[in-house]
Ligand binder design. Structure first.
Ligand SMILES: [Zn+2]
Length: 508
């Protein structure tokens, strides 16, 4: 057979290839029709499942709510078993490290499970988190946050966790059910990794991923995280980059105790006066970082990258709407997005130790801390950045010839993440988006950080795709969090089609 093909004229092979592709496409289309039809038909079941999950107030940041977080893990185990996932395991992560009220507080378990274990298929690990942000009716919700409301008129589901991240998480369960009921084989082996501590720093997850890299996660070809959002409300996106963050604290210390300015003002060197000068030397009012050597570390914009910005559905008005003001530093879409996503920024967050209440207290604070952070991007090096920041602060302080002392420390750092938006995983997800929504997705980055993305990439040595389900106005972490039903249904169709296109792709 192969010999025949090799001897066949070139044009014949071409025809064969084309017709082969056409057949595949038609075959896929038939599969999609069946799966998508099933997803539509199962809509009430999927909404019901989400509603049940939302009723469990799995707030990871509140120690007293921990039993609910654990209960939600068990709910997921039950659902996974019902749908036919196998090897379901609750991975315990031990006690929560300090600071905690209860020193014996156990971290919520990570829920691992598989669907399929065929060595001939690719293996995709899907990540989601089942814990949620706190929420209470008194915060201004229009309905009980832990009782999901289906708003038929607006065609959306409201409740804490609908979009962040319980909705997308249950999406993975639902699409397996849809495949089974449609009689379509899942094209990949699926592994779920659902954590219950994401809203509280993903404590314990790094270690678990490292431990399971050659265990439960052995053979994973790609990771898909569905825990971010479209940039706006209309156009689907795929996300290929996140900024990192280095957080610093500068402490200036002088007198042994706070002093009265009527007695000591003008005769002692004031720490807060020094600190204000150090802080003001870091960044100018146009957002330009003034620390020598920082901007030089930033990777230049390539033409290919610039092209990705051209079609993105975003405008100055969107920015103004989300800040509720006209305080933008840039007018052009490209400038705004690049400064949000691919350039570093320095923000001054606050002062500790300084007088900050109402009134007119005449104190000279004895010891003050200035807090600031730098959002980092390729190719900035965290250790090098910290060295530059410390040297800068020391240099500026030295120029003040102050008898006070000044020190700058790194509080925490998390690296940036960047992927190739043209790799097999992104290409598959782009095709899937086109099939479901009829448009090419925008390729976006985010200004914030999801540190676990990088952990998966480094530990499992594979590509990570960020595949959002919800919209930019879903109100994750805010009041009246919602997920549009069209995004829920469309998102599950994209997840399904993504797995099929990825399974077909030649490389990993
Ligand atoms: Zn989330």
């Amino acid at each position: 057979m192969f010999c025949n093909l090799r001897r066949a004229p070139r044009s014949f092979i071409k025809v064969l290839e084309v017709s082969h592709r056409t057949i595949m496409t038609t075959e896929l289309q038939t599969k999609f029709d069946k799966i998508f039809g099933r997803i539509d038909a199962l809509k009430p079941v999927f909404i019901e499942r989400l509603g049940q999950a939302i009723e469990i107030p799995a707030v990871s940041g509140d120690e007293t709510m921990r039993p609910h977080v654990v209960k939600k893990a068990h709910f997921l185990v039950e659902q996974l078993a019902k749908i036919g996932f196998s090897d379901i395991q609750l991975k315990h992560l031990g006690v929560q490290p300090p600071p905690v009220q209860n020193p014996d507080l156990q971290l919520p378990p990570v829920v691992l499970s598989r669907f399929g274990n065929d060595p001939a298929k690719k293996t995709v690990l899907v990540y989601g988190h089942y814990d949620v942000q706190p929420a209470a009716l008194e915060d201004g919700w229009s309905s009980e946050p832990f009782k999901m409301v289906v708003d038929e008129k607006q065609q959306l589901m409201r409740g804490r966790g609908t979009t962040d991240d319980t909705g997308p998480l249950t999406g993975w369960l639902n699409i397996v059910q849809a495949h089974k009921e449609a009689g379509i084989e899942l094209p990949v082996n699926l592994i779920t990794c659902f954590e219950g501590m994401e809203e509280s720093g993903s404590l314990g997850l790094d270690g678990l991923i490292a431990r399971e890299a050659q265990g439960y996660f052995k053979g994973v070809d790609a990771v898909c995280i569905s825990d971010n959002y479209w940039l706006g409300t209309k156009k689907p996106v795929l996300t290929y980059g996140l900024r990192g963050v280095n957080y610093y604290e500068t402490t200036i210390e002088g007198p042994a105790a706070d002093l009265h300015s009527g007695i000591f003002g003008g005769v002692v060197a004031e720490p807060l006066v020094d600190l204000v000068q150090v802080l003001s030397s870091l960044v100018d009012s146009k957002g330009k970082i003034l620390i020598d050597g920082v901007n030089e570390m930033v990777a230049p914009v390539t033409d290919k990258e610039r092209k990705l910005y051209e079609n993105i559905d975003f405008s100055l008005d969107d920015l103004n709407a989300s800040t509720g003001s006209k305080t933008a530093l840039y007018e052009k879409k490209e400038d705004i997005l690049m400064h949000r996503w691919r350039y570093p920024s320095l923000s001054i967050h606050g002062l500790e130790g300084a007088f900050s209440s109402a009134g007119a207290k005449t104190v000279i604070p004895a010891k003050v801390h200035g807090k600031f952070s730098i959002r980092t991007v390729p190719d900035m090096d965290s250790a090098k950045l910290t060295k530059l920041v410390k040297e800068h602060c020391d240099r500026v302080f030295a120029k003040l010839s102050s008898p006070n002392t000044c020190s700058t420390e790194l509080v925490h750092d998390g690296d940036y993440w960047i992927s190739d938006p043209h790799n097999a995983s992104f290409t598959a997800a782009a095709k899937a988006t086109k099939v479901v929504y009829g448009v090419e997705p925008d390729f976006t980055r985010e200004g914030g950080s999801i540190p676990i993305t990088l952990t998966f990439q480094d530990e499992l040595k594979c590509n990570v795709l960020l595949l959002p389900m919800g919209r930019g106005d879903d109100g994750a972490h805010s009041i009246n969090e919602k997920l549009d039903i069209s995004n829920f249904i469309g998102g599950m169709k994209v997840m399904s089609a993504y797995l099929h296109y990825y399974a077909e792709s030649a490389e990993n």
